[in-house]
Design a protein around this ligand. Sequence first.
Ligand SMILES: [Zn+2]
Length: 244
Amino acid sequence: MKSLVIKVGVVFLVLFGIGIGFATSAKDKGRPYYEEKGYVLWEIKTDEKVIALTFDDGPHPTYTPQVLDLLKKYEAKATFFVIGERAEKYPEVVSRIGEENHEIANHTYTHPLSISPAKLKEELKKTNDIIHDITGTYPIFYRPVGGQYNDKIINTAINEGYKVIMWSWHQDTEDWKTPGVKKIVKKVLSGVQPGNIVLFHDSGGDRSQTIRALEEILPELQQQGYKFVTVSELIEIYTMPASP
Ligand SMILES: [Zn+2]
């Protein structure tokens, strides 16, 4: 009897705890609001076979050039969400990303897991200035670290003139966990749809699995008729009026 009381107590605590969690997150406006306003993008709906590959946490002196070589081979364009302090350390890699007409976006300066609005504002500016110094172009997109966002984060980014870019939830390769090449490939190919945004990482550890997965993903999607576009190009397709 005593153990039953404890079990019921545990269940109650779990349910109550979840309830509190929902109540807290319910304060934030959530995906439908931000998607409709156009402040945050997860993916687009289109019949056109386009896909946006995105790479976070770089630049990396070894892996980013390998990604760039593969993108070149398959005439693919991608978007790189770079960390400011890494861009500062490897400007030649950032320079090459820009020269090869990929898009460069802002992923904060120090990649902190949580951040205050004031600090975010500072890190966004610092990173954008570094990227501008190297490439002559100011990024217009920001991706929150770990995809963690709330109203404060989004409002800060919007007020600073950024659009917030997430990714298709079913296209999170989780390559940073080094799950094996097969799993990364399967994740992308099994659920691929036109207008998806795919999340990879070109830094933050050993990314050789990501490279090998790309060697399979790129030719397969190309054969399926997909065009690899930057996030800016994806947004242009989305806002283009339908042809009569
Ligand atoms: Zn990141």
